[in-house]
Design a protein around this ligand. Structure first.
Ligand SMILES: [Zn+2]
Length: 427
C-alpha cells in the first residue's frame, strides 16, 4: 500500500490550526476549508461544537434550539490576495424570555456581512486612508468600509466613558454647499482632547442635544466653555451650564477682525479704482491680514510703503494690529481697560465695519474678559486645531453622501473612541 501525501488536505488542516490560534470561539469549530481557484476565494465552513447551546440574541443567554436558517456568508480578513469567507447556518432559538430569535455568533454582529475582526481591521485603515483608498486597497466596496466604520463607532459610543468633563469647546463647521452647518462639541482639557458630540445645524436645539446626552449631573461639573459669539450657543451655555466660565474664543475674534479689515480694503480699492487713482492697494491683501512677524521680506517692504498713505485701510490695519496687544495682558482688569479704550477709539474712527466689531466686543465684554479670568488656560487654539482636523476628515472622505456618514467619519477620527476587544491583533 502506498500512502499518498495529499497536499490540499494538509494545507486545509494547517489553515484550521492557524484559525484556531487567532480566531477561536468556544462553542464552534472550523469544519473544513475550500479554495476556489477560479473565484480566487477561500470558504471556511463553521459548525456548532457538539452539545453547545446557541446563545439568544435577545437576552444573550443560552437557549434551546428551534431550527436553523440557510447558510450565510461572513467576510473575513483577506489573506495573500485571496478573499476569505466563513459559511455558517445560523440557528434559531426558542428562548423562554424572548421567543423565537436568531442566535448570536461571536464573530459576527447583527446583519453586518463582514466579520467583526474584518470590520475592525478596515475601520483602522479608514482612519489612516480615505474610505475610498481603503476600499481599493482591500478590494472591497466603499459601502463595506462605511459599514465597518459604523460598527466600530457604534460600539465605541456605547462603551466610551463620559465622566468628569471639566472644559468643553463648541464650534460650528460648514459641511456642504449652501449654508449647512454642524455643531461640534469637544472636550479640551490637558490630556483629554476629543470630540464628544456632533449635532446637525447650529441652533439652540442642536447644542442642547449635547446636554441631553451628558445629563444634568455632568453638565453641572463643567467649569469652562469656549465658544464663539454665536448667540444660540451663548444662550444654551447660560441655560445649561451657568456655573461655567464662558470664554470667548480668541481665534474667532481675530477672524472677525480680519474679515472687517478685508471689507474696508476691498471697498476702498474699488472706490480708488473708479476714481482713477494709483492702485496702491493692489495685491495688499495678505500684507494686511498676516501678522507682521509672518510676512516675507518682500511683503514687509510693501507694507511699509503702504503705511505711508493716509488711507482708511491703513487706519483700520493699525487698529487691528493694536488690538492684538489685548492678548498680552494677564489681569482681567487691565485687559478690560484696554478693551474699553480700543472700542472708544474705534467708535470714533468712522470705519463702519470696525465700528460694528467694537459694538459686538462691548456687548460681549465680560465673556472676552473670562479668557483672562481663566488665566488664559483655555484658549481656542485647541478647538481650532480639532476643527482643522474635522475639515481634513471631511475632505479626505469625499463621497460623503449623507449627514449620517459625515457624523460617523467625524466620530471615527476625532472622538478617540474605545474599540471592540479582540484576542488577536490582525495587524
Ligand atoms: Zn432570549
Amino acid at each position: 500500500m502506498v500512502e499518498v501525501f495529499d497536499a490540499e488536505t494538509f494545507f486545509a488542516m494547517e489553515l484550521i490550526t492557524i484559525l484556531n490560534h487567532c480566531h477561536h470561539f468556544r462553542g464552534f469549530v472550523y469544519q473544513s476549508t475550500r479554495f476556489d481557484r477560479d473565484e480566487n476565494l477561500m470558504e471556511i465552513v463553521i459548525r456548532p461544537r457538539q452539545g453547545s447551546a446557541a446563545i439568544c440574541s435577545g437576552c444573550h443567554h443560552p437557549a434551546p434550539g428551534y431550527d436553523h436558517l440557510p447558510e450565510r456568508r461572513f467576510e473575513f480578513i483577506p489573506l495573500w490576495g485571496i478573499l476569505v469567507f466563513f459559511l455558517y447556518c445560523m440557528r434559531r432559538v426558542n428562548c423562554p424570555t424572548c421567543g423565537i430569535l436568531v442566535e448570536d455568533v461571536p464573530w459576527g454582529q447583527g446583519k453586518h456581512q463582514l466579520t467583526k475582526a474584518y470590520m475592525l481591521f478596515l475601520a483602522r485603515w479608514a482612519r489612516k486612508l480615505s474610505w475610498k483608498e481603503t476600499a481599493e486597497s482591500f478590494h472591497t466596496s466603499w459601502d463595506k468600509v462605511c459599514d465597518a466604520v459604523e460598527y466600530v463607532v457604534t460600539w465605541g459610543l456605547e462603551h466610551r466613558v463620559l465622566d468628569s468633563i471639566r472644559a468643553i469647546g463648541v464650534d460650528e463647521i460648514q459641511y456642504a454647499k449652501g449654508h449647512k452647518y454642524l455643531t461640534l462639541v469637544y472636550q479640551i482639557e490637558a490630556g483629554v482632547t476629543r470630540l464628544l458630540w456632533v449635532g446637525k445645524e447650529r441652533t439652540i436645539e442642536s447644542f442642547e442635544g449635547f446636554f441631553t446626552l451628558i445629563g444634568t449631573r455632568l453638565a453641572s461639573q463643567i467649569e469652562f466653555v469656549c465658544s464663539d459669539m454665536w448667540e444660540p450657543y451663548l444662550h444654551v451655555i447660560r441655560e445649561k451650564c451657568s456655573q461655567a466660565l464662558n470664554i470667548l474664543d480668541r481665534f474667532h475674534i481675530v477672524a472677525k477682525m480680519n474679515k472687517a479689515l478685508d471689507e474696508v480694503r476691498a471697498a476702498e480699492y474699488r472706490r480708488m479704482a473708479q476714481a482713477g487713482y494709483e492702485p496702491v492697494l493692489k495685491k495688499s491683501r495678505w500684507c494686511l491680514l498676516k501678522r507682521p512677524e509672518n510676512l516675507t521680506s518682500k511683503q514687509k517692504v510693501r507694507l511699509r510703503d503702504l503705511l505711508r498713505f493716509n488711507l482708511k485701510t491703513v487706519r483700520a490695519y493699525l487698529l487691528k494690529e493694536e488690538f492684538q496687544q489685548l492678548w498680552d495682558y494677564d489681569s482681567p482688569a487691565w485687559a478690560g481697560k484696554f478693551l474699553d479704550q480700543w472700542c472708544s477709539q474705534t467708535m470714533r474712527s468712522r470705519i463702519e465695519p470696525l465700528k460694528k466689531i467694537a459694538r459686538t466686543l462691548r456687548q460681549h465684554r465680560e465673556l472676552i474678559l473670562n479668557y483672562f479670568r481663566a488665566q488664559k488656560l483655555f484658549s481656542s487654539g485647541v478647538v481650532e486645531g480639532l476643527n482643522n482636523k474635522a475639515k481634513v476628515t471631511m475632505r479626505k472622505s469625499y463621497g460623503f453622501r449623507t449627514y449620517r456618514v459625515l457624523e460617523l467619519a467625524l466620530y471615527h477620527s476625532l472622538a478617540k473612541l474605545p474599540e471592540p476587544e479582540q484576542t488577536h491583533e490582525f495587524f
